[in-house]
Design a binder for this molecule. Structure first.
Ligand code: 3H9
Length: 696
């Protein structure tokens, strides 16, 4: 018998136990073991078969690591059909997470029981595919087309109670999966219950599948799998018979499996889990963090405090004045009210979090007992150094001292203390209680233990934490500054900001760079430009239209006007006609004759700039691996997940073509378009970013 499936006989019941930790993925050994177990049970004269999982879960799906490799027999869809066709009564007993192919095995069983805490779902669309082992055909036969469409197109996990309600499972019972499964199977045998195959049930009802398809396409913002899944469910309702529906599911599944989007989404799945795995952290225990201090209660500080409170950490926040204390408290309460309204916390929790869990004070002495402090004050080196000097004298030994700076040198900040080893950058993104990204910036003297504590905190706050070295803007803002420049250059040369924004949103970003500038406040970037101006390289091209807009007092959404005009009460803006005049003026002053850009060229330049800077960030060791950059862009900058990140996108397009385009753009502007040495190297060696991910 296979090691991945243990076989045991309990009276008339053959028990198949999956033992493929950590999540009992349905890899080749598991599939072989299940098939052998079914055959053995049938040949040995058992009357029922119980399938369950050892450890933390029932099967959590197909083995994602096998995707893209040649399929190996037995193939999961065939195995599911074989399970369903068994003349014995097959019972699945579920606990943990029965997902994807896991739930499909359960749906192929004749009866399903689950523990109350079990979760189930068909999350395949989030990996760029669709349920390919009969899920799109069997689920609607049990739950109806509407419910199946909702579950399959969103990938939502549902609890056992909802699954029972939707007739996906037959019973909920507390206990060990083996015991409740055995009792249920015995009961079915004793009652003479029939074999009950979902595939033999009537086809599900019709719904407006075209409307569902259209809605899925719109919601997917370019992601194809949810819409394709609608067509598969449609086949369950419309195909001649169950077999024809399965065939249609197979065709659609294979198309998606071969798509770049599947590669992008699977890359995102594994990278999200890999970012926290750093060789330097192996065997290093983080310091215990039982409470947190935050310095500064502006939008950022209040967001960080909110995130900490929601993760169960008591917070001491320091503001400068009583008015500052009141304003900070107001912001945090506002954030938590939002969480209350969305049902994330109860009224009692709200009371506790805004009451005993939160202290807002003006005296640093209040920080005496906290274990980690995040500074989120004004972005000025003098101010930050003063704060760190005070932290040094007020915090107990062993406290992690973090700065939320977006671009200042963390080494200089650390030097303001007598304990630079305890200093680290924790760069949150606004709003900090919502955005998933946390850049963990390692300074020269940061100890591994402090770094490990940063990652442990990130996990506790449910953030995707990514290690970054020190440079202006760290990983994310540095890359963003570069692709925003590329966007401004194409506008200076003749494209319109609205064309750029549309091209970028069509690619899958939630917003283009100009709408984003309006949202963030154009004055913020204006201040950064002014700061950089004195040290700017004379070879750098400088578009002026951005500054001209700011000089007129138009800072974007906050003033009602920027690249767009925002009318009261309306979401989104309409193009500001004055912008075209400013651009024309800028072009005239700089002696530029505007030309037309195709959408494809706008996108190509934008993406090439992003990839090139990302390659520099990796080449310089600021990011350890290409996947670290990819996750920063996904979780902090709205990069479409189905492309996996800029460097995955680059691999999928081909690095050679990207480098060739960068060279051709360099003919016009050799200063901006300097190819990243790493990109050059990879192309000359015929390698990809993915290879670097694997070898890191
Ligand atoms: C499918 O089923 C297709 C079929 O319809 C058709 C086929 C023909 N495969 O997330 P964690 C690894 S598509 C391989 O940290 P948690 C994961 O990488 C599949 N590996 O734990 C990690 O490895 P490492 C549909 C997998 O407790 C370790 O397990 N199923 C798989 O936070 C622990 O994972 C899904 O999409 C897998 N399927 O969450 C479910 N799953 O330790 C995907 C996990 O080396 N999985 N690993 O980093 C999940 O959503 C979560 O992992 C789960 C556990 C909720 C199960």
């Amino acid at each position: 018998m296979s090691e991945a499936i243990a076989y045991e006989r309990v009276g008339e019941i053959a028990v198949l136990k999956a033992q493929n930790p950590p999540v009992n993925a349905l890899g080749i050994d598991v599939r072989k073991g299940l098939l052998a177990g079914i055959e053995r049970a049938e040949s040995e004269g058992a009357r029922a078969i119980l399938i369950y999982g050892d450890g933390r879960t029932y099967f959590s799906g197909a083995d994602i690591r096998e995707f893209g490799k040649p399929p190996q027999d037995p193939y999961l869809p065939d195995l599911c059909s074989r399970i369903e066709a068994s003349p014995l009564i097959v019972v699945s007993s579920m606990h943990g997470t029965a997902l994807g192919g896991g739930l499909e095995v359960a749906l192929s069983s004749h009866y399903r029981i689950a523990v109350p805490a079990a979760k189930m779902g068909l999350p395949e669309v989030n990996l760029g595919i669709l349920p390919g082992a009969g899920g799109t055909q069997r689920l609607p036969r049990l739950a109806g087309s509407e419910a199946a469409l909702e579950m399959i197109t969103t990938g939502r996990h549902i609890g056992a109670a909802e699954a029972l309600d939707k007739r996906i499972i037959d019973r909920i019972e507390a206990g060990e999966p083996r015991e409740i499964g055995l009792a249920y199977a015995q009961e079915l045998l004793d009652a003479g219950a029939p074999r009950r195959a979902v595939g033999e049930m009537p086809a599900p009802g019709m719904v407006d599948f075209d409307a569902a398809h259209k809605a899925a396409l719109k919601k997917g913002r370019g992601q194809l799998s949810p819409a394709a899944a609608v067509r598969a469910v449609q086949a369950a309702a419309e195909a001649e018979d169950f077999g024809a529906g399965l065939k249609r599911e197979r065709e659609l599944f294979q198309e998606l499996m071969a798509s770049p989007q599947r590669q992008g989404l699977v890359h995102a799945f594994f990278s999200e889990r890999a970012v926290g795995k750093l060789p330097e952290l192996a065997g290093i225990a983080p310091r215990e963090v039982a409470s947190m201090g935050v310095i500064g209660g502006g939008t950022m500080g209040a967001g960080i405090a909110t995130a900490a409170l929601l993760a169960g950490l008591p917070v001491v926040l320091i503001e400068m004045t009583d008015a500052g204390v009141a304003a900070a408290r107001g912001r945090i309460e506002g954030n938590l009210k939002g969480a209350l309204m969305r049902g994330k916390i109860t009224q009692t929790q709200y009371g506790q979090l805004t009451g005993e869990a939160l202290t807002v004070a003006t005296d640093y002495a209040a920080l005496g007992q906290v274990d980690l402090v995040v500074e989120a004050v004004f972005e000025d080196m003098g101010v930050k150094r003063e704060v760190f000097g005070k932290l040094d004298s007020h915090c107990k030994p062993g406290v992690v001292l973090a700065t939320n700076t977006s671009y200042l040198d963390v080494d200089d900040i650390a030097a303001a203390t007598s304990r630079p080893g305890d200093v680290i950058g924790l760069h949150f993104f606004s709003p900090a209680h919502v955005m998933k990204l946390l850049e963990i910036v390692v300074a020269a003297q940061t100890t591994p233990e402090v770094l490990a504590t940063g990652f442990a905190l990130g996990k506790r706050l449910k953030k995707v934490a990514v290690r970054s070295g020190i440079c202006d803007g760290f990983i994310g803002n540095r890359i963003m500054n570069t692709y925003r420049k590329a966007a401004e250059y194409v506008v200076l040369d003749g494209a319109s900001p609205y064309q750029v924004d549309k091209v970028v949103t069509d690619f899958g970003f939630p917003m283009g760079p100009f709408a984003m500038g309006d949202l963030a406040g154009l004055d913020i970037n204006w201040a950064a430009r002014k700061r950089r101006a004195p040290t700017r390289d004379p070879r750098e091209r400088v578009p002026r239209f951005y500054e001209m807009l700011c000089e007129g007092g138009d800072f974007g959404q906050k003033t009602g006007k920027g690249f767009y005009i925002y009318e009261d009460g309306k979401r989104g803006g309409v193009p500001n006609p004055q912008v075209a005049e400013l651009i024309a003026e800028d072009q005239e002053q700089q002696g530029i004759t505007p030309r037309a850009f195709s959408d494809a060229e706008v996108l190509r330049r934008y993406m090439c700039a992003m990839v090139n800077e990302a390659a520099k960030v990796v080449g310089e060791g600021i990011a350890r691996r290409p996947l670290d950059v990819d996750m920063v862009m996904l979780f902090g900058f709205g990069f479409p997940r189905f492309w996996g990140g800029p460097l995955k996108w680059a691999d999928l397009q081909g690095l050679e073509g990207i480098l060739a385009d960068i060279h051709s753009y360099a003919a016009e502007d050799g200063f901006f378009w300097q190819p990243a040495p790493l990109l050059d190297k990879l192309v000359s060696e015929g390698r990809s970013f993915e290879i670097l991910n694997q070898s890191a």
